[in-house]
Design a protein around this ligand. Structure first.
Ligand code: 5GP
Length: 117
């Protein structure tokens, strides 16, 4: 598996604004936020994308959603709502080849899923 920026963040080789960490999961603020709250939740296990997940990863990926819910509560965006987004591969717009769940909120968010012209 190739090295990437998120593996470097997990290894603390480059800094990140970490909001949650346990033995399996790390969550930190996106460096280029597209919403007032923009957190990335990632597994510490190297999983390239949902396309590469294994059946054994189901509990870990389920836990990523529980962590997202907890962060949303902590940041007081739970009641108004938020968006959870996972990009998969080139057409999905995934830039970093390490599975990540975007937690987006703090404002009413528009839909932006039109094909690129
Ligand atoms: P993707 O497009 O792959 O779904 O999302 C990758 C996200 O990672 C982007 O929103 C981008 O701003 C964020 N990102 C890329 N490099 C870094 C970094 O070094 N630090 C942080 N905190 N976020 C990053």
């Amino acid at each position: 598996m190739e090295d990437n920026i998120f593996l470097k963040i997990i290894r603390k080789e480059i800094p990140a604004d970490i909001v949650y960490e346990d033995e399996e999961i790390l969550a930190f603020r996106d460096i280029h936020p597209i919403a007032p709250v923009h957190i990335l939740i990632i597994p510490k296990k190297s999983i390239e994308s949902i396309a590469r997940m294994e059946t054994e990863d189901v509990p870990l990926i389920g836990k990523m959603f529980l962590v997202a819910r907890g962060i949303a509560r902590d940041l007081n965006i739970s009641e108004k709502g938020y968006k959870l987004l996972i990009r998969v591969g080139k057409d999905g717009g995934q830039e970093v080849p390490h599975l990540h769940l975007h937690l987006l909120g703090g404002a009413r968010l528009s839909e932006n899923i039109h094909p690129v012209k």
